[in-house]
Design a protein around this ligand. Structure first.
Ligand code: F6P
Length: 320
């Protein structure tokens, strides 16, 4: 059985990462193994920025956003030489298994470590919800609630001034943040990379609404579609409508994790330790139909997150 494992966070941070770190550390200690924190993602693996974590080191973090282990996007780890140094560091510290909390880029690192024979388990931590093999990624629910809180406020002023608001949310390749927040907030238009819509069609819809007496609108744009400012310009060029733009930006990535994300993080962290102790490697933990599952990490990095067309259609139907 393994005696010592490591945990790191990598890529964009997400609320719930701390709760996952806490779960890995305490589930490990509960089972009699040592858990080491690797700081600054894969970069810390290369530089040896590694420290043993006690149960008390992860006290008072379950409710905190961000990641106490810090995070980074590391180019050096993408090279063979970088990975060789990382393996040496792991050996030096006697670490025999690793939990990587991050997004698809971070899992590529997990695949490489697994190919080098090093047992690695991934936990999907990203607000984008763009990972296949899981219904939800850590941080998505919290980010969604942050967005909804902002849009609710914007809606008040949109109504008062009878304006069109174009709100840009995060999500480069995946429109889930825009789709779910748009549905939850009754947006008239949701612009996502998976279902690109012609700007003329959108303006036609806005005009139809105007004729029916609708004087304010919420349009949610995923950043992967393009900038909200460009959308506003395109609308202005076609229709004489008073528009305003809000780019929510990194506010979406911070804040205290929701109850859902804390529970999910706790369940996933626990499962990751269990898998390592069972001798598993090269897996990613997911949640499907409220069951914690494990998939081959290589499968995950070669597949795409499934787009929920039913939700998109529902949002359209409800925003007539
Ligand atoms: O992947 C998470 C994410 O927040 C994306 O939604 C966004 O496009 C990107 O990270 C922003 O990255 P950075 O913080 O490096 O600007």
């Amino acid at each position: 059985m393994l005696k010592r494992i490591g945990v790191l966070t990598s890529g964009g941070d997400a609320p719930g990462m701390n709760a996952a770190i806490r779960s890995v550390v305490r589930s490990g200690i509960y089972r009699g193994i040592e858990v080491y924190g690797i700081y600054h993602g894969y970069k810390g693996l290369i530089t040896g920025n590694i420290k043993k974590l006690e149960a008390s080191d992860v006290g008072d973090i379950v409710q905190r956003g961000g990641t106490i282990l810090y995070t980074a996007r590391c180019e050096e780890f993408k090279t063979e030489e970088g990975r060789a140094v990382a393996i040496e560091q792991l050996k030096k510290f006697g670490i025999e298994g690793l939990v990587v909390i991050g997004g698809d880029g971070s899992f590529m690192g997990g695949v490489k470590l697994t190919e080098l024979g090093f047992p690695t388990i991934g936990i999907p931590g990203t607000i984008d919800n763009d990972i296949p093999g899981t219904d939800f990624t850590l941080g998505f629910d919290t980010a969604l609630n942050t967005i909804i809180d902002a849009i609710d406020k914007i809606r008040d002023t949109a109504t008062s001034h009878e304006r069109r608001f174009i709100i840009e949310v995060m999500g480069r390749g995946c429109g889930d943040l825009a789709l779910w927040s748009g549905l939850a907030d009754g947006a008239e238009t949701i612009m996502i990379p998976e279902k690109k819509e012609n700007i003329d069609t959108i303006v036609e819809r806005l005009n139809r609404g105007l004729q029916r007496g609708k004087k304010h609108n919420i349009i949610v744009v995923a950043e992967g579609v393009g900038s909200a400012n460009d959308v506003a310009e395109a609308i202005k060029a076609r229709a004489n409508m008073d528009t305003r733009v809000t780019v929510l930006g990194h506010v979406q990535r911070g804040g205290s994790p929701s109850a859902f994300d804390r529970v999910l993080a706790s369940r996933m962290g626990h499962k990751a330790v269990e898998l390592l102790l069972n001798g598993d490697k090269g897996k990613m933990i997911g949640i499907e139909n409220n069951k914690i599952v494990a998939h081959d990490i290589l499968d995950i990095v070669t597949k795409k997150h499934e787009f929920n067309n039913d939700l998109f259609q529902l949002a359209k139907e409800l925003s007539i």
